[in-house]
Each structure stands twice: as C-alpha cells, then as structure tokens.
Design a protein around this ligand. Structure first.
Ligand code: NAD
Length: 265
C-alpha cells in the first residue's frame, strides 16, 4: 500500500532505532522523507533508504541533515530546507530523545536540564517549525514520541519521566489549538523496544537495581509484560503510519500505548 505517495514526512532521531523504522515505513508507503539527527550516521541511514527506493522502484526521495533538536536556529533551517527541497510537509515525527539513569543524589542539574531540553523543548521547537508550514497548507500530522514514562515515573529517571509527561501536555495543548486547522497532534507511548537506548537502560538500571548481567534486567522486565516480549521498532512504526494516515482523520490529542499491555490506562 502506498498511502503516503506524494507526501513528505519529517523525522528527528531518524538514523537508528524507532526513528529509522518509522522513516523506512513511510518510504515503503511512498513518502519522501527528511531525516534529522545529531549523529553523522544520519547520512548512512539516508543512503540506505535511497537504496531501498531504487530496489523497490518507490516514488519517494530522501534528504538528511545533522542537527541538534535543542537549537531553534538549526531546527528552523531544517524545516525551511525541507520546504525548499520537497515543497511540502505533511507529517512531522518528533522522535529524538535521550535518557540517563541515576539516583537523585547523583542526578546533576545539568543532566536534568539536558534531558528536558532534548525530549521536551526539542519536540516543542520541531512542532512549532512544522506548524508554521502546516497552518498555511491547512493540513498536517504531528506525532510526538513519548514513553510509558509519560504515564508512570520509573525509579532513577525523574528527569526522563518529567520530560515525557511534558510531551503529553504539549501534545494535548497543540491538538486543541490546531484541531480546527486540519492538523492532528498525537503521541505514542512505547514500552520496551529493542533499540540501542534499551541496551543502555539494561546496563545502567541493571547496575543500580542489583547485580544484573547483560540482558538479565530486560528479561525480568519483559516477563512482566502481558505479551511476554519486547517490541521491535517496526511495531512502533506501524502505529506512527496509522496516526499519519486517513484512517486517523478523527483522532487528535491522544497518546497511544504500544507496549504489549504493560500499562493499561
Ligand atoms: P535511540 O537512542 O536508538 O535513538 C535516539 C535518536 O535520537 C538517535 O538517532 C539520536 O541520534 C537522536 N538524538 C538524540 N539526541 C538528539 C539531539 N539533541 N538532536 C537530534 N537528534 C538527537 O533511541 P530509540 O529507542 O530509538 O528511541 C526513540 C524515541 O523513543 C525516544 O524519544 C525515546 O525516548 C522513545 N522511547 C524509546 C523506548 C525504548 O524502549 N527504546 C521506550 C519508550 C520511548
């Protein structure tokens, strides 16, 4: 199915993990994609998607920019560059995020501010830049990556939980402001997803919570998931594609848990 043929999707944190899986899904469904990340690997990710387009004779095109989502200047230049290159922005996925794990006594003000800056202010800056173009187009889809930690705070991550609760507040507020402008704003709350971020979590939470070996903590937590498994990034991508599609025309201001039943609220 090519639900997004002729459309442009912008994605942050798109060089690996969940962001790259979502970009791949949009490309497979016919969209052009603009990838942004703070890592140089964003250009390799773009090259891989260009190969996919060629192999499968897909209609989309790809561009990639290295930026920091906490810089308004870089974010605004990126979105302006997307308009210059592709002429439109239909979908914007605010996915870039970071986590650190520390007991409160060891959690520095700097770490607190950086996590909120990337995870919440970065989402605000990208939504604002995207809305600048979507408002005049009279349509658009904003998808913000939250977390199960936007529903429940976990131990040793008060800054991450605060940043993701913030994403839900931002999502609901923008959804109300732009509901009559043809723009929907929704969030996704993944549970445990097999990415580099989760490798980091396994190691650092594992060290603080007990003497866990590599992979042991994730196995214990996965055992508490009703579906008894972690998610693959492509399963988050499926939800993003749904929210960006016409099937989600009447959905705004929502946060969808994609977590195998871990949190049911
Ligand atoms: P990841 O670490 O594999 O990818 C994060 C991406 O964000 C990378 O491409 C990284 O380069 C980019 N990034 C980080 N800081 C940035 C910055 N300042 N500017 C631009 N790009 C930046 O992580 P992931 O697991 O794919 O997570 C993606 C999103 O999903 C994050 O928002 C994360 O909080 C959220 N999430 C992940 C899980 C999980 O279990 N993996 C669970 C819930 C929520």
């Amino acid at each position: 199915m090519r639900r997004f043929e002729g459309q442009t999707a912008v994605l942050t944190g798109a060089d690996r993990g969940i962001g790259l899986a979502i970009a791949t899904r949009f490309v497979e469904e016919g969209a052009s994609v603009a990838l942004a990340s703070n890592r140089p690997e964003v250009h390799e990710a773009a090259a891989a998607l260009e190969s996919l387009i060629e192999e499968q004779s897909l209609p989309g095109r790809v561009m990639a920019v290295r930026l920091d989502v906490t810089s308004a200047e870089e974010v605004n230049a990126f979105y302006a560059g997307v308009i210059e290159r592709f002429g439109r922005i239909d979908i914007s996925v605010q996915n870039a995020g970071i986590i650190t794990i520390a007991p409160l006594e060891e959690l520095s003000e700097e770490a607190w501010r950086r996590v909120l800056d990337v995870n919440t202010t970065g989402v605000f800056l990208c939504c604002k830049a995207a809305l600048h173009y979507m408002k005049s187009a009279g349509h658009g889809r904003l998808i913000n990556m939250a977390s199960g930690q936007a529903r429940q705070g976990f131990i040793y991550t008060p800054h991450y939980a605060a940043s993701k609760f913030g994403v839900l507040g931002l999502t609901q507020s923008l959804a109300r402001e732009f509901a009559s402008a043809g723009i929907t704003v929704n969030a996704i709350c993944p549970g445990i997803v097999e990415t580099d971020m989760w490798q980091y979590n396994d190691h650092h939470w594992g060290q603080l919570l007990g003497d866990y070996g590599p992979g042991e903590l994730i196995r214990e937590w996965v055992a508490g998931v009703p579906m008894k498994r972690a998610a693959q990034p492509r399963e988050i991508a499926g939800t993003a594609a749904f929210l960006a599609s016409r099937d989600a025309d009447y959905i705004t201001g929502q946060a969808i848990n994609v977590d195998g039943g871990l949190i049911m609220s």
